[in-house]
Ligand binder design. Sequence first.
Ligand code: SF4
Ligand code: FES
Length: 331
Amino acid sequence: MSMKVTIDGITIDVEPGTTILNAARQIGGDIVPPAMCYYSKLKDSGGKCRTCLVKVSKGSEKDPRPMPKLVASCRTTVMDGMEVQNITSPEVIEARKGIVEMLLINHPLDCPICDQAGECDLQNLAFDHGAVKTRYEFDRRTFEKIDIGDKIQLHMTRCILCYRCVFVADQITDHRIHGILNRGDHSEISTYIHHAVDNDFSGNVIDVCPVGALTDKTFRFKNRVWFTNAVEAHRDCDKCCGKVTLWYKGEDVLRVTARKDQFGEVEEFICNTCRFDKKATADWVIEEPRKVSHKSVISSNHYEFKPLPVVRTNPVLIEANKEQFERDTRL
Ligand code: SF4
Ligand code: FES
């Protein structure tokens, strides 16, 4: 039996147990609430950041009373006949502005020197939903940078405590040695006595981190992401799916990441060998230029038609590059 839910006036039938957020994702487009901590590939994620708050204006067909408070859409399951407001509710828009302000209370505005700039969920969230000014006058929390292993750097000052990296370590690596220590405003991501995070899938914490708190040391300060060209590629890997995005500057692969879907989540987790040790074009079978959302600042590098050096000899990729250019420059 499916359940009918209406979100911002659009009705959809979903399976029982579907959350409001996932029902909205099935509809797609602007009505999908933003999510800073929920991650569909990580069990039990969500419920931490409150960016996905929505208004339930009708509880269900059986009990049409509205819910008294805004609810976290990533944690609230739909009821048959439920009506939800997201971008059509001024209350939600106002609350989201407050959430952005709160997330920024302890988050430095160091985008000009942060490697995550251009693909930071918090930066995008603040751009779409934030207020122009902050009312906060106190010093932000600051921490020393920590190397967790030779490939990953933790910049706790930027962490928004979404717990995604902890779930990655718990669920897809064989042993977790980092987590959230302490409570309340003393909470911090850390390893036990600065242990290195070192196992085949640890690099995925970089991809799931919505901000620049966990960054790839092999890419740090090498380039701004909008000056790079992203290309989908794959290789036969005995540890992971081997499907990645290569980020090129000229002919050099500056970094390798997992591929991300339209909601900014990785499609499949990749191993550290693919991520850190395969930085030559010869290691990969190149597929096509990555489709970059027209809204993303990364697309700013794609307004001119410039075939990538690696695709120059491949007519299929030249065609794909041209199509991307046409898409990006369409008004
Ligand atoms: S380090 Fe990143 S992924 Fe981990 S809790 Fe902080 S913001 Fe989330
Ligand atoms: S995405 Fe729902 S609370 Fe964070």
